[in-house]
Ligand binder design. Structure first.
Ligand code: A3P
Ligand code: MG
Ligand code: MG
Length: 376
């Protein structure tokens, strides 16, 4: 199947130049995906400073199914927004790796080895984009990859189109982006026996992240993703099974809206939570004025059943096989071990995945402090 998919193999090297994203090509048995294991956590505080601990972890407080949450409250006067023009690339995750390097080495590789013992290091969000690619028709992506000490580091680059969209958001869109965070505030407590503080400030610099290790087919992965909150019951299963993802969505009033929710929203929700092994998604459905009208629980493992009633709907196996094949493609392309060399993988809807190579360019993303510290 590789030959069909990877057209135009370079004649001399036999390295494919491109890769198809057509969903039908990836309809085969579900690839092996090892249960993700949490190997660490970190927090980012209200000023976006890194801490190698769980200080930003919050606790899920059941809202009841008929809550009265006004998501617009506080947008003007109690909102501190992270500057999304600042590109952090993999930096926080690299800081976590440096802080936990001894542990990583001793558990995954012989003590003499100077490698991490994983094939890929990346953000969960980047993998989510890969999973949904066979079904995406709106937004393309750019992924920069560098090989350093045998590990492939993968960091997203903002596309021109995404930058234009970000710089031209409407006031309504800006406010609606706040609603998701405000919902979190209504549902989360800072302390295990605390209550949500709906009068507090929403600061989107703050984050709690899990770092997980897993394997997709023959790709050993280490990635990190933001976690919204956890089950407060001390008898809850260990992380990541105790984690809860929070979401908001427009209320569903018509069969067409239900179908769109299944086809587009649930695909993204499933991909995001399936990757790190987060079992539960709590969804707040809101009206046009930002008032939550109902709250529903989605079990990540049951989403694929739920969508089967849709004609020609997305399939988890296509998402996972595409991701696995893309990672194989990256492995076959990125051969030179050099943190200053970037292979830039590009995809636009209705096109194939292709790549370009850049030496000492604007795309270089592994910082000197990381390279130096890893060498010592
Ligand atoms: P919703 O999830 O309710 O849409 P997450 O759900 O991943 O924890 O993200 C929390 C909130 O951040 C989202 O709320 C949304 O408001 C905002 N957000 C997340 N990803 C975004 C993106 N790619 N673009 C704009 N806003 C985003
Ligand atoms: Mg989140
Ligand atoms: Mg969320």
């Amino acid at each position: 199947y590789n030959q069909k998919r990877c057209r135009a193999a370079a004649e001399e090297t036999n390295v494919p130049r491109s890769m198809s994203t057509r969903a039908q090509l990836y309809e085969r048995v579900f690839p092996q995906y090892r249960q993700p294991v949490e190997i660490g956590v970190f927090s980012l505080d209200s000023e976006r400073a890194f801490f190698n601990d769980s200080r930003q972890l919050r606790y899920y407080v059941e809202p009841g199914n008929k809550p009265n949450f006004n998501l617009r409250d506080g947008y003007r006067d109690r909102f501190i927004k992270r500057d999304d023009g600042v590109k952090e690339r993999l930096d926080h995750l690299l800081r976590w790796i440096l802080a936990n390097r001894a542990k990583l080495r001793s558990t995954h590789t012989p003590s003499s080895s100077c490698t991490l013992g994983v094939d890929f290091v990346t953000w969960r969000g980047h993998l989510t984009k890969l999973l949904t690619t066979p079904y995406e028709t709106q937004e393309g992506w750019l992924l920069a990859v560098s090989k350093f000490r045998g590990t492939l580091y993968m960091s997203e680059v903002e596309t021109e189109a995404a930058r234009v969209n970000r710089e031209n958001r409407t006031e309504r869109h800006e406010e609606m982006m706040y609603w998701g965070y405000k919902f979190e505030q209504y549902i989360c407590a800072d302390e295990v026996n605390g209550v949500p503080d709906r009068g507090g400030v929403v600061n989107t610099n703050e984050a709690f992240c899990t770092v997980v290790q897993t394997r997709l087919a023959d790709h050993k992965l280490l990635f990190s993703g933001e976690v919204d909150c956890r089950d407060k019951d001390p008898r809850a299963p260990p992380a990541p099974a105790c984690y809860v993802e929070l979401k908001t969505s427009a209320e569903i009033c018509t069969p067409k809206q239900r179908s769109n929710f299944h086809r587009y929203k649930l695909l993204k929700w499933w991909a995001q939570s399936f990757l790190p092994g987060v079992p539960r998604i709590i969804a707040g459905f809101r009206d046009h004025d930002g008032v939550v009208v109902s709250v529903e629980t989605f079990h990540t493992s049951k989403i694929s059943q739920l969508i089967k009633t849709e004609y020609n709907c997305w399939k988890p196996t296509v998402c996972m096989n595409f991701c696995s094949d893309f990672l194989s493609f990256v492995k076959s392309v990125v051969k030179e071990d050099n943190p200053r060399l970037v292979y830039l993988f590009t995809w636009e809807p209705h096109r194939e995945v292709t790549y370009t190579v850049h030496r000492d360019s604007q795309y270089t993303f592994l910082p000197d402090w990381f390279i130096k510290e890893m060498a010592s």
